[in-house]
Write a protein that binds this ligand. Sequence first.
Ligand code: BGC
Length: 373
Amino acid sequence: MTVTDRVALRDLAQRSVEIIRANQGPSGAYLASPSFPVYRYSWLRDGAFIADAMSRSGDIDSAEAFFAWCERVVSARVDRIEDVLRRHAAGEPINRADFLPTRYTLEGKEVGEEWWDFQLDGYGAWLWALDAHAARHGRPVEPYLGGAILSARYAAGLWEIPSYDWWEEYPEHLHTSTVAAVQAGVHAAARWPAVEEPLRERLMASATAMRDRVVADATRAGRFTKWIGSDAVDASLISAATPFGLVEPGDPLMAATVAAIEAQLVHDRGVHRYTTDSYYGGGDWLLLAGFLGWQYARSGRTADGFAELEWIASRATSTGELPEQTPDHLIAPEARDGWLRRWGPVATPLLWSHAMYLTLALELGVEVPGRLR
Ligand code: BGC
């Protein structure tokens, strides 16, 4: 790689920090995308990865403002959470509308339009990000503990209920990447000294049950599967190791999962979500190239990690904005126009794409100017 290439990668990492900062509200919430009407809201899933990237870049204030926002959003719904947990424990039926939503306004209010609720992964993912941030910078978790404990109890209490996946689809299944996110968050909370017994023990037992269930039932032919009972692959499965740590990056299960993702979801660089994706024609997702590159970097495949980073950078617009996906190798080209008519051009910039670029750049040792440490 030439010096010029390296400078370009560094500049895009800096641009990513700027774009993320510019789209964080005074409340601490991050917009998923400022220019795409249905994404002008904050998702816990996207936000967790964005806050994690900002924390890695040294922007403690940005990450902590997001965690404080999560804390307030969850705490404000304490009665609803206690009610849902009580009804679930009593075996009573629960309407989807009674669960907490997937996306919120920047002010932490419900959006008031129908969406693909309910999704559980974000309620674990932000705890994972908070825990990693606290460890990375020696910061306390106490300021967020009220909402964090509620979120952990909510996710640990409901994890066996099928929910919409990372892609807001297939609500009738128990999704591997959803359980991985919940497991990571609950496991983190179970190790905080500020969480008292017997809750700590209960959370730890739930996290162990989640891990055991995924390893036993969401695997086939030596690799992870998209959901329990399927044999399909999904690129979100990378998260089972990187970053959610259900298994180590070098675990044979993960090596076989990555091999299946490479065989079925990667053309050259850039990664499809799953083999039958038709959203905007089913393009290559930048944030998934970020996850794959991150997994490569963590398992010693540094050159492949850089190749993913460079591929993402090559898809930036002239103003350094990263889209959600690119139409290089569409799975279902005939489906693209319908989405363009319905919601307009592909979301650009997508903050989650910038977050995964930044995470991968930092993992590979690309220096970000103005980094605080
Ligand atoms: C994706 C979700 C994401 C949301 C906001 C959806 O199209 O499927 O994973 O959270 O956009 O970025």
